[in-house]
Design a protein. Structure first.
Length: 311
């Protein structure tokens, strides 16, 4: 080949908001069919990969990552090992992850790490799969990993990993209100299933297959924040609010102080407030700050994993 491989590669990949999330009936295998509309937002994880004999990962950045695993249970480590296995690459990699996406916040930070790692190692090792070749590996790592690779706006169906891009224009402005405690995704799902069982008489049977509402797709297609605010929905929200009642007060605060709408992102506990523009985002952020709530602003949609530096 004759090409010189880079000594290090840095890739950034975005976190995401689920602006719509519908959950079908509990299946016999313990999974649910889901339908979601993902939007990649301008909160990025950055992964720097350096060639090494073995595999390692460490974290830096503004987010407290002390509780994150740095062994083979870490999704980025699994991504690097999977690529090495699939391509027969014999070396390892030292990964440094600059974290900016809240941890256990339903925003797909770990999935962004895995997507960025796949792209970085593919470039670092010269394994040459490219984005399209990496997508099947991404899907094996988790439902949100292919989306972090692709970015933009997309509909996820099945287990959430069958992606199709959605037409989108314009820019949406978000204020992300962070909670100190995390919520466990399996626990939130169990609470949803329990609620549905307890209220089966009122709720009726849940459909096995679910889809994204047309109103949501239409709102992102025309880039209209007010339409999107009306159409946003998350089936997991009620369960998350029961497990973390403070989130209800947080939603009410944001919606009473200028947000077009608020939604629990994924299984929570991050609350995403949709606002009209950057000025409104700044105003809401200062309201939340005075109430003792940490928050970030972000815009979407943004592209998926991208190489920032290879040298």
């Amino acid at each position: 080949m004759g090409t010189t491989l880079p000594g290090s590669v840095t890739v950034r990949a975005p976190g995401k908001i689920n602006v719509f999330f519908r959950v079908g009936a509990l299946q016999d295998d313990g999974y649910h069919d889901v339908a979601s509309l993902y939007q990649a937002v301008s909160l990025y994880e950055e992964v720097t990969a350096v060639a090494a004999d073995d595999f390692s990962v460490r974290f830096t950045g503004p987010i407290d990552s002390g509780a994150l695993p740095v062994d083979d249970s870490n999704l980025a480590m699994r991504a690097a090992r999977l690529l090495a296995e699939e391509t027969g690459h014999r070396g390892g990699v030292a990964l440094t992850i600059l974290k900016r996406v809240p941890i256990a916040g339903g925003m797909g930070g770990g999935s962004a790490d895995a997507a960025a790692t796949l792209l970085a190692c593919d470039e670092l090792w010269g394994t040459g799969l490219g984005r399209n070749g990496l997508l099947p590996l991404a899907a094996r790592l988790g439902a949100d990993v292919p989306f972090a690779l692709e970015g933009g706006t997309a509909v996820g169906t099945g287990r959430g990993d069958e992606l199709s891009p959605a037409l989108a224009k314009g820019t949406f402005h978000w204020v992300l209100a962070l909670s100190d405690g995390g919520l466990s995704t399996p626990v939130v799902y169990r609470a949803l299933d329990q609620h549905r069982d307890d209220h089966a008489g009122d709720l009726g049977p849940q459909p096995d297959l679910v889809k994204v509402d047309t109103a949501v797709l239409q709102a992102v297609r025309i880039g209209d924040a007010e339409s999107l605010a009306e159409a946003m929905h998350n089936d997991l929200q009620a369960a998350a609010l029961r497990l973390a009642p403070d989130l209800t007060r947080l939603l009410e605060l944001g919606e009473s102080r200028g947000a077009l709408a608020g939604i629990v992102s994924g299984s929570g506990p991050t609350v995403a407030f949709l606002v009209g523009d950057a000025q409104e985002a700044a105003e809401l952020r200062s309201v939340l700050g005075r109430a003792g709530v940490r928050s970030l602003t972000a815009t979407g949609p943004v592209p998926g994993a991208r190489i920032l530096d290879a040298g």
